[in-house]
Design a protein around this ligand. Structure first.
Ligand SMILES: Cc1ncc(C[n+]2csc(CCOP(=O)(O)OP(=O)(O)O)c2C)c(N)n1
Ligand code: SF4
Ligand SMILES: [Mg+2]
Length: 351
């Protein structure tokens, strides 16, 4: 794989976050993706979100599969743990890593090909189990890396670069994530950083399975007239349901006075998600309403973006399994081997 290292020197007056890191400390190598690829904008949003949240880079584990989208973890968080799995296998490797060490922040980055085709079973089970992670699908409707075949998320009737219309029904990963029990579900657009950064910040602060589908145009193979994943098409058919801010515990919390227009949703880590409703009456704490909204907008050829659903009281896989608070990889022989008497007791109970 080709890669270019970034020069380490930077201007001494670059602003630092609360733990003394500049934005550059969250960057990675120089991207080798096509100029204008939506995936690079998502990488920039991830860098911004982690910097603003003051997360220690070495406390993040970034995992991905195979594809242009799955290459991107090389281009951000160069000081974090990273694992590039085989095609479609990111969710199971992330689940294992999370079970071994619950104290890291897990970020899974994947593509619509990686997660909606070969890896769909893996996606389904990681979401269903409530693995504590932020799972981002960089959705361009094609297999970019292998030169633009339609993916399973491509809209029926969307036209390929060669002029062929897609005959198959699309699979909507946001709908699937909602049905599977994800406790934070949103859809963003790589071209809308103002919406995307807080969406990612909220997902990283959330405990439980957070899923984000980010529409990310492929400028090489899916950005022409007739494609429903082109920059122009998405800009024309995008309807945001809310505007988000994420306030970390240190920040002063001030309520806006417009009655009925703002919802504050506290998260496990003490941060507060503040949602300004744009769509009158839309409550992102209602899973059924989210499913209805997505279907209604889809029938009109539109994309609903923003935070579509959040359950602030959600638990995660560790809670379901009642694992100990200490990371499993830090347990010593005494905790791991309770001794012959304990084994005898278990055996006796099974007789
Ligand atoms: C087991 C296996 N099957 C097929 C491939 C070929 N392959 C590489 S990337 C890819 C699809 C990538 O599409 P997507 O996840 O949407 O990423 P994008 O490049 O669009 O960002 C495929 C089919 C592979 N690398 N490994
Ligand atoms: S082929 Fe498409 S997805 Fe891959 S880097 Fe180029 S624009 Fe991005
Ligand atoms: Mg793709």
């Amino acid at each position: 794989m080709t890669w270019l290292a970034k020069p380490r020197l930077h201007h001494p007056t670059l602003p630092c976050n609360a733990i003394g890191f500049t934005r550059r400390d969250y960057e990675g190598k120089i991207s080798t993706l096509c100029a204008g690829c939506g995936h690079d904008s998502i990488s920039a949003a991830i860098i911004q979100a982690c910097w603003e949240l003051d997360i220690q880079p070495h406390r993040i584990a970034k995992l991905s599969g195979i594809g242009c989208s799955s290459k991107t973890p090389d281009y951000f968080l160069g000081q974090s743990h990273g694992f590039n799995t085989v095609h479609g296998r990111m969710p199971s490797v992330l689940t294992g890593a999370n079970l071994a060490n619950r104290l890291l922040t897990y970020l899974g980055v994947s593509g619509d090909g990686d997660s909606a085709s070969i890896g769909i079973g893996q996606f389904v089970h990681a979401i269903r189990r409530g693995v504590d992670m932020t799972y981002i699908v960089e959705n361009n409707g094609v297999y970019g890396l292998t030169k633009g075949q339609f993916s399973a998320t491509a809209d029926q009737g969307s036209v390929s670069k060669k002029g062929v219309a897609n005959a198959d029904s699309p699979l909507d990963m946001v709908t699937m994530a909602l049905q599977l029990g994800a406790s934070y579900v949103g859809r963003g657009f790589s071209g809308d950083k103002r919406q995307l950064v807080p969406l990612i910040k909220g997902a990283l602060s959330h405990r439980g399975a957070a899923f984000l589908d980010v529409i990310s145009p492929c400028v090489a193979f899916n950005n022409h007239a007739g494609s429903t994943r082109s920059y122009d098409h998405v800009r024309e058919h995008n309807e945001a349901v809310n505007r988000l801010d994420v306030m970390t515990p240190r920040a002063a919390i001030e309520l806006e006075q417009a009655p009925g227009s703002t919802i504050d949703v506290p998260q496990h880590d003490g941060s507060v998600l503040r949602l300004h409703k744009l769509d009158a009456g839309y409550d992102p704490r209602d899973r059924i309403a989210a499913l209805n909204l997505i279907q209604q907008r889809h029938a009109r050829g539109e994309l609903a973006t923003g935070l579509l659903f959040v359950d602030p009281a959600a638990d995660d896989l560790h809670g379901h399994l009642r694992t100990v608070d200490t990371p499993l990889n830090a347990l010593g022989p005494a905790e791991l081997c309770p001794g012959a008497a304990a084994l005898a007791k278990i055996n006796a109970a099974l007789r």
